[in-house]
Write a protein that binds this ligand. Structure first.
Ligand code: GDP
Length: 417
């Protein structure tokens, strides 16, 4: 059998709206949880007269086993649908999600946004919708969860659906193309099997929606870009930077340059999961041995590219940003830390060129605040590789963090070298 196409999936949404329960449910329905574990907890639940709640027991059981240090992680976060092979990227905490999305260590090909039918969209629903869209998760599925708890009421579903649709539209998504599915992670409705409890719903199940996703584009035709996550020295081998190939193809004997450190070397070998690769393509997380470069010549935050088409070190750049969570207002002169691929560099906002508030253009451009979209000019305080998102999608996205939180997110549209 030909190997199924791989997809990275992230499950996001407001705290308590059912991310982990839905993850567990998906893995269970896909047959990805060890049947022994399920049987064990099913039996326990039955013995205690809680047979119908066995799923909750399984979930709690998994959590307990995890807390005891039993490794159920990696193996159990992969599952197959008819068409694809999915890895569920962990988004345990809100902050980790933001960080992982930006560094690209876990760039998601698709996201399931969970939203409780009881509560409708909440603060983190909004933030996750905005971030997922800005940070380039192209395909989104919305699961309106906890339908069992609202007695499968269509009006409740519609209310939550409209709320999430509004958020998706605000950041430019075409909601006609996004599936909204009434589910119960707890009871399994419309996850793999179409539910009889929602006769008013004629759309796909969650599994069908997953199979309807399209294969992510691999930008192999573009110049190579590998943001460096770490650099190791391995005895007998030499300097081994580690990173994810974002665009292009890396092959042994290629001459590469690391910017902004400006060090050049030759790729000697490429490894992924301790196996040598003849070449690395976008999506591959690799360690590659480079000759002619010492560990101290390069660092995390550098980007490797071909010497004849090197990554761009920006003097200044233009960006479109969305202010998400700033306690006051953003004005010219503000210099927060920008998280771009694996780099973290303080950058100054030098101009607010135009802005929109609640969909209307602003005439007063002296400040922007939460909810605003703006075009700004930015000047890094240290050399930084950033490139227009239209040319190098993962290298043009960033989050702006300050005071321990993500205050804004954005994409680079133009670069001044
Ligand atoms: P997370 O914080 O988004 O990961 O949410 P959890 O998966 O931990 O769920 C939060 C709470 O909601 C837990 O008590 C779950 O049992 C409950 N829950 C999750 N999904 C459902 C559902 O489909 N129906 C009902 N009734 N409760 C649910």
């Amino acid at each position: 059998m030909a190997e199924k196409q791989h997809m990275n999936l992230v499950i996001i949404g407001h705290v308590d709206h059912g991310k982990s329960t839905l993850t567990g449910r998906i893995l269970l329905e896909a047959g990805a949880i060890d049947p022994h574990i399920i049987e064990k907890y099913k039996k326990e639940a039955e013995e205690k007269g809680k047979g119908s709640f066995y799923f909750a027991w399984v979930m709690d059981g998994l959590k307990e086993e995890r807390e005891r240090g039993v490794t159920i992680d990696v193996a159990h976060k992969k599952f197959y649908t008819d068409k694809y092979y999915f890895t569920v990227i962990d988004a345990p905490g809100h902050r980790d999600f933001v960080k992982n999305m930006i560094t690209g260590t876990s760039q998601a090909d698709a996201a399931i946004i969970t939203c409780s039918a009881i509560e409708g969209p909440q603060a983190q629903t909004k933030e996750h919708v905005f971030l997922a869209t800005t940070l380039g998760v192209k395909q989104i599925i919305v699961a309106i969860n906890k339908m069992d708890a609202v007695k499968y009421d269509q009006a409740k579903y519609n209310e939550a659906k409209e709320g999430v649709a509004k958020l998706l539209k605000m950041v430019g998504n075409k909601v006609e193309n996004i599936p909204f599915i009434p589910v119960s992670a707890y009871c399994g409705d419309n996850v793999k099997v179409k539910s009889e409890n929602t006769p008013w719903y004629s759309g796909p199940t969650l599994f069908q929606a997953l199979d309807n996703l399209s294969v992510p584009e691999k930008h192999t035709e573009k110049p190579l870009r590998v943001p460096v996550q770490d650099v190791y020295t391995i005895t007998g081998i030499g300097t081994v930077p580690v990173g994810r190939v974002e665009t292009g193809v890396m092959k042994p004997n290629m001459k590469v340059i690391f910017e902004p450190s400006h060090a050049t070397g030759v790729v000697k070998s490429i490894e992924e999961h301790h196996e040598q690769l003849p070449e690395a393509v976008p999506g591959d997380n690799v360690g590659f041995n480079v000759g002619g470069v010492a560990k101290n010549d390069i660092k995390r935050g550098d980007v490797a590219g071909p010497v004849d088409n090197p990554p761009t070190v920006a003097k200044s750049f233009t960006a479109q940003i969305i202010v998400l969570n700033h306690p006051s207002v953003i004005t010219v002169g503000y210099t927060p830390v920008f998280h771009v691929h694996t780099a973290q560099v303080a950058c100054q906002i030098t101009e607010i060129c135009s802005a929109n508030r609640a969909g209307k253009p602003l005439t007063d451009l002296s400040f922007i605040k939460n909810g605003d979209n703006a075009i700004v000019k930015v000047k890094p305080t240290k050399p930084l590789v950033i490139e227009p998102a239209k040319d190098f999608p993962p290298l043009g996205r960033f989050a702006i963090r300050d005071m321990g939180q993500t205050v804004a997110a954005g994409v680079c549209t133009e670069v001044e070298k």
